[in-house]
Design a protein around this ligand. Structure first.
Ligand code: SAM
Length: 292
């Protein structure tokens, strides 16, 4: 429901920054959302209800936080920029279910913060308009952390969203697609034009919804699996066989072991890495387990 105190509009966003004498910090990825309809669509995509406790990364001046607060049970927002803390104190004052913490999400002890700020009786979701300069590190940090999030709904650059959600045999498919889709079902919820941000970024964005899932099958050693996946895409134009030698070595003994592993799982040497599914990579990782 729009009302006059809504944070998300271009005029109010600029006015708030001026009142506090603040500039937008490009180095922190500060492109603030100013379109209430887009904010509603993000909250809808995350299906936020009173059953949910929500973590937000990078509240900025609180435009998305406000919409989350209206729908969720409790919101915890982690903002790295200390200049914005007093701003958020003011803009979010009407919402008693919001806690703002000055934290770097990549360094924060999320488990501890969750235990301190949530009651453990609600679903846990993460919703954010991510700072684009660290989109991938944040997502990998969240997926690899012991914290169990029911859903992650995040805005990012469209190109990154396409890589996250790409399927085998497409140009965007690579190690990031596999790392993310190993842990979650990943889909693009909708595209967001660059015109709804202040300041305006150079490219369009997309909101991605990641829903946690049980992996279809388990690699024997997750780290070795990830190393294999990463190394297999190190040179996209080369064959899998060439990339495997890049990871494990080119000597005769290594080559023989690699050939044996490939034969065991029925994968041809000439295949390109983008033709392999996550399941194929898990089988191959398990067949090459002695290389861990
Ligand atoms: N949520 C606001 C909105 O949608 O208008 C702002 C989004 S803006 C794209 C990204 C925000 O993340 C900025 O407020 C920035 O200061 C913050 N940020 C950048 N790096 C961060 C980090 N490592 N940890 C927490 N917040 C960070």
């Amino acid at each position: 429901m729009a009302n006059e105190i809504e944070i998300a509009n271009p005029t109010r966003t600029r006015a708030i920054m001026e009142t506090y004498g603040l500039n937008f910090k490009k180095s922190l990825g500060q492109n603030f959302l100013t379109d209430i309809n887009v904010l509603h669509k993000i909250v809808d995509a995350a299906e936020i209800t009173l059953e949910d406790d929500v973590i937000e990364v990078g509240p900025g001046i609180g435009a998305l936080t406000e919409q989350l607060a209206k729908r969720a049970h409790q919101v915890m927002a982690l903002e790295i920029d200390e200049r914005l803390i007093p701003v958020l104190d003011e803009t979010l004052a009407p919402y008693s279910n919001v806690t703002v913490l000055q934290q770097d999400v990549l360094k924060a002890d999320l488990q501890k913060l969750i235990a301190e700020n949530f009651d453990g009786q609600h679903h846990l979701k993460l919703v954010a308009n991510l700072p684009y300069y660290i989109t991938t590190p944040i997502i990998m940090h969240l997926l690899e952390s012991p914290v169990q999030l029911d859903a992650i709904v995040v805005m990012m650059q469209k190109e990154v969203a396409q890589r996250l959600t790409a399927q085998p045999k497409t140009k965007d498919y690579g190690s990031l697609s596999i790392a993310v889709q190993y842990y979650t079902d990943a889909e693009i919820a909708f595209i967001v034009p660059k015109t709804v941000f202040v300041p305006q970024p150079k490219i369009d964005s997309a909101v991605v919804k990641l829903t946690s899932k049980k992996p279809i099958k388990q690699p024997q050693d997750e780290q070795q699996f990830m190393r294999l996946v990463k190394g297999s895409f190190a040179h996209r134009r080369k064959t899998l066989w060439n990339n495997l030698q890049g990871i494990y070595g080119k000597d005769a003994e290594t080559k023989a072991k690699l050939e044996k592993g490939l034969a065991e799982v029925g994968i041809a040497k000439t295949i390109r890495p983008e033709a392999l599914t996550i399941s194929d990579f898990i089988d191959l990782a398990n067949a090459l387990i002695e290389f861990n």
